[in-house]
Design a binder for this molecule. Structure first.
Ligand code: KE4
Length: 426
């Protein structure tokens, strides 16, 4: 095993044995340029790369680490569990405890099935919806991302209710065609599609995180619930990002909307591989071994992930959410102030501890609005922030995630770096 050398040498080695040198495309920095730092250590809100550079981290494992990196309580839970074994391939008390915790926190949840990623959760939830309704077609919203299952790598066809087209090589047309896509926030379009075509499910990010942060009108989610009820479609809320971030009860609790199926990930695993889909006892009883919907997984409900998730959720009390909201509000306000001081038009959109700085002067309500953002300017900003020791997600269309570890000092560092970086790129 060759000793790890500099970031550059590691990247060259990585590119020889891994596509793009990464395990997930966005990490390759294709959208922002430059070379991705290879992280070797992290604690609190800081990460350190192989060259010894330290950064304030706003990726936070894409939202999973709401308690911050290597939180002592989470590390202790993982260490203690590891000494009792890492995977049993059999039921364990930890899965029961985490399932009970999710059901106690989210009113629409009576039963939970754990899987190992958000993709797997959404893929399985769609299979459940199709089985429950006997229908194939699903409706999603442009700019949202629900993982890389074939049915969700589909983009809008030419007309409104036109069948979907593959959005990735390797996705069969026959699969993509059953996925219809309309603009996020467009309730009329959603209602028209649902009236024209029997849908198994309407799947939506209740607060969008994958076109950048977009908080929909309250009426949108309530309207989707009414459309689903009227047309017999199931409402599937993808809370992989927002679950236990937007609120303890998720975005569904915040907005008072009751889905038929919820998908979770990220935070409920405390940084270890996890996903879950959940709903009423009646609906979830269709899932094997109780019912005809098959879904399985070697590492589903993995004890280490369950232990890390439980330890994380234990930290998320009302005071924690109040602090995340206060820190998010401070960062939002000071970023806007820094931009106006630099004479640069930005739009900061936030929901609690997730936010996006769009380089555009207009409100971003959907994907086409988001596309007006100046990606080149964001790339310059990203590089300038990295040079100043702040690691932003490497895409204009992602969210910055705060954690309990982003204290006032860290917020100050971020704002100082932003002030200087905005002036530099101005
Ligand atoms: P995973 O399969 O990556 O665990 O989850 C897929 C997923 C599902 N639903 C939503 C709303 C999601 O945001 C995601 C994954 N999020 C991205 C970041 N926006 C993961 C980062 C990556 O792909 O590397």
């Amino acid at each position: 095993m060759t000793l790890v050398r500099t970031n550059r040498e590691l990247l060259e080695r990585a590119r020889r044995v891994m596509p793009g040198g990464v395990s997930s495309p966005v990490r390759a920095y294709g959208a922002v340029g430059g070379e991705p730092p290879f992280i070797v250590a992290a604690a609190g809100c800081h990460v350190t790369d192989t060259d010894g550079r330290e950064f304030v981290d706003l990726v936070s494992s894409w939202g999973a680490l709401i308690a911050g990196h290597a939180h002592p309580a989470v590390v202790a839970a993982i260490e203690a569990q590891a000494r009792r074994g890492t995977s049993y391939g059999a039921p364990s008390p930890l899965e029961v405890e985490l399932a009970e915790e999710i059901a106690a926190s989210v009113a629409s949840v009576e039963m939970v099935r754990f899987v190992s990623s958000g993709t797997e959760a959404v893929m399985s939830a769609l299979r459940l919806a199709r089985a429950a309704t006997g229908r194939d077609a699903i409706l999603k919203f442009a700019g949202s991302y629900h993982g890389h299952a074939d049915a969700l790598l589909s983009r809008a066809g030419s007309g409104l209710a036109t069948l979907g087209l593959p959005d990735s090589a390797g996705v069969p047309t026959a699969v993509a065609r059953d996925t219809i896509t309309v603009a996020y926030g467009d309730l009329d379009a959603a209602a028209d599609v649902a009236s024209a075509k029997p849908l198994a499910a309407i799947i939506v990010e209740p607060i969008a995180g994958n076109m950048g942060c977009v908080v929909p009108d309250r009426a949108f989610l309530a309207g989707l619930r009414a459309v689903a009820d009227r047309t017999g479609a199931l409402l599937l809320l993808d809370e992989v990002i927002t679950g236990f971030r937007a609120a303890r009860s998720g975005a569904q609790g915040l907005f008072g909307v009751r889905p038929d199926i919820s998908c979770f990930g990220k935070i409920i695993g405390g940084g270890l591989p996890v996903g879950a889909y959940a709903g009423s006892r009646e609906l979830m009883s269709l899932v094997a071994p109780l019912g005809p919907v098959y879904q399985a997984g070697t590492l589903s409900g993995n004890p280490l992930a369950m232990a890390a998730g439980l330890a994380t959720l234990e930290l998320l009390d009302a005071a924690a959410y109040a602090m995340l909201e206060a820190r998010g509000a401070r960062l939002e306000g000071e970023l806007a102030g820094a931009a106006s001081a630099a004479g640069i038009a930005i739009r900061v959109q936030r929901a609690g501890s997730m936010l996006t700085v769009f380089f555009t002067d207009r409100a971003v309500r959907n994907e086409s609005d988001a596309q007006t953002a100046d990606r080149g300017r964001f790339a310059k900003f990203h590089a300038a922030m990295l040079r100043r020791g702040v690691m932003l997600p490497p895409s204009q269309f992602e969210c910055w995630f705060l954690s309990l570890a982003h204290d006032d000092g860290a917020i100050g560092t971020i704002v100082d770096a932003a002030r200087a970086s905005l002036k530099e790129i101005g």
